[in-house]
Design a protein around this ligand. Structure first.
Ligand code: PLP
Length: 325
């Protein structure tokens, strides 16, 4: 197999639709393929993470890598690369895609067992990643109006079965709920656990504001990096934040509601099950959180510049550009 250093050094070619790293080499994202026999495909036996690049800087890449490595360790997966190599590969994907605003996904699957084997311990694990143009759950235009949320009756897979803190591809409950939500005219959906408590949605955590405090579920959810950012921003503004059970009634009665994700940031919700949240427009406190979230993207405490290779496209920021979407 070619050494990583040799592959990383090869430059020149850029793939503006997205660049991937798979089977030890880089390629256009459309050409990235894994085997139909991969246990990631046949059993969703894998973990993944999604980071993002905004205006040429990774946001909290270390936190994403910490979560990815913790997930792989929980599932006894080995990507075959160390953390520094993995970071170099991610930077190189963004550089090769020539992107300043990117969605950067990394996955490690159980991979393939030798033909005839059914012993998971014999599997050779697969690592792949890719950088795509930034993906929005709700576009910035949509965020200024606010999203419509449906509270699903489909229960979330219990975390005792599939640990929600290990980011995973067990999305059939989420996808079924999302399809139901479309049928009810909503673009976002949130699922409850067996006790009826609100958990999370397909790709996002949820926050609700009532009685002078923000509330966010803490059980049966992914510890989202955007969720963590919002918790910190709320604490910075000396507002109370409660991490614990949230009922459907509390969510419906909240004066402000928002969902958080790497794919879109802090996204206000203005209707729940067809009824307005508060005034029916994005609230002041949500807007303030959203503004401060994006401002962090140019702060070196939270972001690191992409190491663009000189021989790839040179996506320099125009002078004076700010970080709001
Ligand atoms: N919950 C689930 C199920 C997710 O898949 C995601 C992200 O994809 C999130 C929450 C939000 O996490 P983050 O803020 O790290 O993107």
């Amino acid at each position: 197999m070619t050494k990583l250093s040799e592959v990383l050094d090869v430059g020149g070619q850029t793939w503006s639709g997205g660049a991937a790293f798979v089977e030890g080499g880089f390629c256009a994202v459309e050409d990235a393929k894994i085997s139909v026999l991969d246990l990631g495909v046949t059993r969703s036996d894998c973990t993944y993470d999604v980071a993002h690049v905004w205006r040429g800087r990774f946001y909290r890449l270390d936190d994403h890598l910490d979560r990815f490595f913790a997930g792989m360790s929980a599932l006894r997966l080995d990507p075959g690369y160390g953390r520094i190599e993995l970071e170099q590969i991610l930077h190189s994907c963004v550089s090769r895609a020539g992107l300043r605003d990117a969605y950067v996904s990394m996955t490690c699957t159980r991979g393939r067992m030798p033909l005839g084997s059914r012993d998971l311990r014999t599997a050779h694990h697969t690592f792949y990643c890719f950088a795509l143009p930034f993906v929005w759950i709700n576009t910035p235009e949509k965020q200024t109006q606010g999203g419509s949320l449906w509270i699903s009756s489909i229960p979330r897979i219990p975390p005792e079965s599939v640990d929600s803190r290990v980011k995973n591809y067990h999305w059939l409950d989420l996808d079924r709920a999302q399809l139901d939500a479309y049928g009810h005219g909503a673009d976002l959906v949130v699922l409850r656990d067996a006790s009826g408590a609100i958990t999370e949605g397909p790709g996002y955590n949820i926050f609700a504001y009532w009685d002078g405090a923000w509330h966010t579920p803490s059980h049966g959810v992914l510890a989202g990096i955007t969720r963590r950012s919002v918790i910190e921003l709320v604490e910075e503004s000396d507002t109370r934040i409660e991490q614990g059970p949230v009922s459907a009634e509390q969510l419906r009665g909240a004066s402000e509601v928002l969902v958080t994700s790497t794919a879109g940031g802090v996204m206000p919700v203005t209707t729940i099950d067809g009824h307005p949240v508060g005034s029916g427009e994005p609230g002041q406190i949500s807007e303030d959180l959203r503004r401060r979230y994006w401002a962090r993207h140019r702060d070196p405490a939270w972001s690191t510049p992409v190491r663009y290779a000189a021989n790839h496209a040179d996506p320099q920021s125009p002078a004076g550009e700010d970080s709001s979407p």
